[in-house]
Design a protein around this ligand. Structure first.
Ligand code: FES
Ligand SMILES: [Fe+2]
Length: 454
């Protein structure tokens, strides 16, 4: 991206900026439902798209998302009393409901109708897939929620986690659709040594094997109703090709292929900007056809799995926005990199998978200056995704055009896939039926050529 103006437009999300207005056209994942577990429980701080907000669950179970500062004289509603259908500012007792109406103004004369003139900033919220979604746009009637597959499965088939990352949301999102980093950043030292016939025969996951033998995937991509779909093609020996199809879904969601096993769990991520310099990463794992088993929960809780931080690898919780989701490994401690380990273990010397990504993305600077980069052919998916975002923001700003996918919730019913196919079958043909969500099915494993046949 050469034009500095486009970099500004791409990265800035505050109210009134072109990208900020664009993101506000969509439902935004704001909180996990588990963060507001009880009616009339304590309010919590939220920071979303550069705005400070306060969320609470009222006596009827409805979620409210109000501006932080009380419209009377600006005290924070974080300290408010959550009681009897609203949040009451503890400074002078003014009370607001989830729609921002002032229900009570006990320090004014009883005959005063002043409270009817007050309307506090309030964003509608909905709950689906274990997530509280907020709509921060201008429509009186918000658009429908996107129909992502996990939003249609029972709670016991979903696992959710958040983590806070300190950089601009776009460079973080770009890291997730960048397929060619995987063979380096997430590899182990042994993956780069001489490749013996014995070692080749030892791979039971063909996914790892193909990534090992071909580190220069070829990319192709198409624009879709929801964003961009891209395929990385690697050689799979003989007349076979190994296809990996990844999605970018407007405005900040990514879906990458599940593991090579049969009946795999699937995962998606949303890279939600808290502001221009911090991003809240929503990690969503789900099983399309059955509940998670206890051992699967336990495995993820230890931090196994991309983008999953071990449960006890967070700093002690604070009441700041997302203060519960700050990982221990950070810029301040070089992500716990161990130079000794780097000789024999992970290529980076950084143990945790998500931290390998975070180290690179945060090291680019809080808002990466794209005028200094040099993009290669392996960056094609990233270029296309930026273009889609920038074009959407300009079209909304200049012509009031509704961005892609806002009014097409069913377009979000897609899966990511990896498959081995005869190389003369084009990737779109080979993957067409696997990309659509078919409830009750979950193809994977040997059927897709991903495990060594014995
Ligand atoms: S500042 Fe909130 S009631 Fe006065
Ligand atoms: Fe990565």
């Amino acid at each position: 991206m050469s034009a500095q103006d486009d970099n500004e437009l791409l990265t800035r999300v505050g109210p009134g900026t072109p990208m900020g207005d664009t993101l506000r056209q969509y439902w935004v994942p704001a909180l996990l439902r588990s963060e507001l577990p009880e009616r009339d429980g304590p309010a919590i701080r939220v920071r979303l798209l550069g705005e400070d907000l306060i969320a609470f669950r009222d006596s009827a179970g409805r979620v409210g998302m109000l501006g932080d500062h009380c419209p009377h004289r600006g005290a924070s509603l974080f300290f408010g009393r959550n009681e009897e259908g609203g949040l009451r500012c503890v400074y002078h007792g003014w009370k607001y409901d989830v729609d921002g109406r002032c229900l009570d103004m006990p320090n004014e004369p009883p005959e005063s109708n002043f409270r009817d003139k007050i309307r506090h900033r309030a964003y509608p919220c909905r709950e689906a897939g274990g997530i509280i979604w907020a709509y921060m746009g201008t429509r009186t009637e918000p658009p429908p929620l996107p129909e992502l597959e996990f939003m249609g499965v029972p709670d016991n088939q979903i696992m959710l986690q958040k983590r806070l990352q300190y950089c601009n949301w776009v460079q973080a999102l770009e890291g997730d659709i960048d397929q060619s980093h995987v063979g380096f950043l997430h590899s182990r030292v042994a993956d780069h040594g001489p490749f013996t016939a014995e070692e080749a025969a030892s791979y039971d996951s063909m996914e790892r094997y193909y990534k090992r033998i071909d580190r220069r995937p070829r990319y192709s991509m198409v624009d879709t109703e929801y964003g961009v779909m891209g395929c990385a093609t690697r050689t799979a020996g003989g007349d076979a090709a190994y296809y990996r199809v990844t999605h970018f879904l407007m405005p900040f969601t990514t879906i990458t292929p599940p593991g090579a096993e049969a009946d795999p769990s699937r995962s998606i991520r949303s890279w939600v900007p808290m502001d221009d310099e911090s991003v809240m990463v929503f990690g969503i794992s789900y099983r399309p056809t059955r509940p998670f088993e206890e051992r699967e929960y336990q495995r993820l809780k230890t931090g196994a799995g991309a983008n999953w931080v071990g449960e006890d690898h967070f700093l002690p919780a604070t009441s700041e926005p997302n203060g519960r989701w700050k990982p221990q490994a950070s810029k301040a401690n070089d992500y716990l990199r161990d130079p000794e380990l780097q000789r024999t273990g992970p290529y980076t010397g950084i143990q945790e998978f998500w931290a390998q990504d975070a180290a690179m993305q945060e090291s680019m600077g809080s808002i990466y200056d794209r005028s200094t980069e040099h993009l290669g052919t392996s960056d094609a998916f990233i270029i296309r995704t930026r273009r889609r975002l920038v074009d959407a923001a300009k079209a909304l700003r200049d012509g009031g055009v509704v961005p892609p996918g806002v009014d097409e919730p069913e377009a979000y019913r897609v899966r990511s896939v990896q498959v081995v196919s005869p190389s003369d079958v084009p990737w779109m043909t080979a993957t067409r039926d696997l990309i659509q969500v078919v409830p009750g099915t979950n193809p994977g494993g040997a059927a897709l050529g991903l495990l060594r046949q014995v």
